[in-house]
Design a protein around this ligand. Structure first.
Ligand SMILES: Nc1ncnc2c1ncn2[C@@H]1O[C@H](COP(=O)(O)OP(=O)(O)OP(=O)(O)O)[C@@H](O)[C@H]1O
Ligand SMILES: [Mg+2]
Length: 489
């Protein structure tokens, strides 16, 4: 584009310069014709002189043949040396001019200078000629072209900048709705339901936004249907399961009384399977309620020292069955924490069960401390650990790591829901949870929750004994929270 503009500019400039020369020649011819009528040679000389002076240095001379006393004397006004030169009318040079019947242009050399000469006849006898220095004309041409290039560059740069601004503006206008759609799609991919984007206009993007919103609504509807179905089915399963477990426990007692070992083994297997099923039902119900935001949370200041100590005590016998220890290491004083005590017990229960389940030797330590102004609870074990590549997915639903269970001496099958319930529960209580682990070294599941405001936690939890409370018998019975109730390690 710029190149063709430049070629056009060059051509136009050449034509303009040639046209200007023709106009100068025609003007001289007119003056010559006028002065011929009145024989006013001085006026013609004066005009020729001023023409040369004004157009210097490109115009070297202006010449004419003027019928002075009918003698046809020819002379030339030369600018170079600022004098009038009379020429021989019979010279070849003058004869060439006098032979012309219309305007002519020729190139000749004069005093070592290349000259472009224009000449034409005037009236019956007269002739006019103008001699331009080719060198100066070329120089002017080059200078003008250089200026044009400069002008084109500035205009070009301004146009490019303007174009970029416009392109940016339009691409932003185009990409904004696409980015919004991407954000909404990401949100749906991360489990958010009923996400909508604002559908602007009737163009393809507007239509796409409308279709996206419809799809999002349909997905949310299907999700609700799935949740309703799950919660209905699990509710329906609960009562028969409870009766099966109760009956099986009765049969187990009877088998003991009747000393029927075969029956007892069968009934124990039945109890074990039913309890697993019961646990799965409980987990699904909890998760459905958590995901639907229907799980009630009674958040109030809680004494975490007591909760941790009770939990360690509660799990001690189960850990001992595997030759493991469970202990709580808590400070002698610790501010109250904003949480739902029941749900925190459920969280700790899931984490401690996992810790015992995935530990072959050593034990589990519960720690409580203040980190960055947040109450921080750590459930640390000396178990089989989790590979770094699995740390990100371990909180996902139905995630059971084969690599982990393969390292456990007596693996217990799980549903892979426990950690997802824990994650959702901690999030719902305004906290966060993460895991730090190394294969064959052990894992630490750490969660943080906010402290209760000062006035609410005026009664700071404290214990007269030292800083470590190990398996203190619970003052209140540990509630029958779902996962803890039936999980076997
Ligand atoms: N303390 C731990 N040490 C090593 N691996 C763990 C630990 N806790 C969890 N995991 C790994 O994370 C997976 C998911 O745990 P999660 O509690 O969600 O499910 P689960 O224990 O298998 O089944 P569920 O708890 O539903 O009965 C486990 O199967 C296990 O592979
Ligand atoms: Mg678990």
């Amino acid at each position: 584009m710029m190149a063709s503009l430049f070629v056009y500019e060059k051509k136009r400039l050449r034509e303009d310069m040639a046209q200007e020369q023709v106009e100068d020649l025609n003007k001289l011819a007119r003056v010559c014709e006028d002065t011929m009528i009145v024989f006013d040679e001085p006026a013609l000389l004066k005009y020729a002189r001023s023409l040369v002076e004004l157009s210097a240095p490109k115009l070297l001379y202006a010449g004419f043949i003027y019928p002075v006393d009918q003698s046809g004397v020819s002379w030339v006004w030369r600018h170079n040396n600022n004098r009038i030169v009379y020429m021989d009318p019979l010279s070849a040079d003058v004869q060439a001019v006098m032979g012309a019947h219309e305007m002519n242009r020729r190139t000749l050399w004069m005093d070592g200078e290349k000259i472009v000469e224009l000449f034409r006849p005037v009236g019956k006898y007269g002739y006019v000629r103008l001699g331009y220095s080719q060198r100066v004309v070329d120089q002017i041409f080059r200078q003008t072209i250089a200026k044009s290039i400069q002008r084109f560059s500035v205009v070009g740069l301004i146009s490019i900048a303007f174009g970029l601004v416009l392109a940016n503006f339009f691409s932003a206008a185009m990409s904004r709705p696409i980015l919004k759609l991407k954000e909404a799609a990401d949100a749906i991919a991360h489990g958010k339901k009923g996400v909508h984007v604002v559908a602007v206009g009737r163009d393809e993007l507007g239509q796409l936004s409308g279709t996206f919103n419809h799809m999002s609504d349909e997905l949310a509807k299907l999700d609700r249907l799935k949740d309703d179905f799950m919660s209905h089915v699990t509710h329906e399963l609960r009562s028969p399961l409870t009766s099966i477990i109760a009956t099986a426990e009765l049969m187990s007692e009877m088998s003991k009384v009747n000393n029927d070992a075969k029956l007892r083994r069968s009934v124990d297997r039945l109890i074990f399977g039913s309890e697993r099923l019961n646990r799965l039902v409980d987990n699904i119900l909890d998760l459905t309620r958590l995901e639907a935001g229907k799980m009630p949370f009674d958040i109030r200041p809680v004494d975490f020292r007591t909760v941790l100590t009770e939990m360690a005590d509660f799990f001690e016998p189960r850990a001992m069955e595997k030759g493991l220890t469970v202990r709580a290491v808590v400070p002698s004083e610790f501010p109250l924490v904003l949480a739902d005590a029941e749900r925190i017990r459920q969280v700790l229960s899931n984490l401690i069960y996992n810790a015992i389940k995935f530990t072959n030797k050593g034990g589990v330590t519960l720690r409580l401390h203040n980190r960055n102004g947040m109450a921080t609870v750590e459930v640390q074990d000396t178990g089989v650990g989790i590979a770094a590549s699995n740390l990100k997915t371990v909180f996902e639903k139905f995630e059971c790591l084969k690599q982990t269970s393969d390292r456990v001496e007596k693996p217990v099958p799980g549903s892979g829901l426990g950690l997802n319930i824990v994650l959702n529960s901690i999030k719902a209580q305004n906290g966060k949870i993460w895991v730090e682990s190394e294969l064959d070294k052990g894992s630490s599941f750490i969660f943080q929750l906010p402290f209760a405001p000062a006035e609410k936690s005026a009664v700071t939890a404290s214990a007269p004994s030292g800083t470590v409370a190990v398996a203190v018998p619970p003052t209140t019975p540990v509630p029958a929270f779902s996962a803890a109730r039936s999980q076997r390690v």
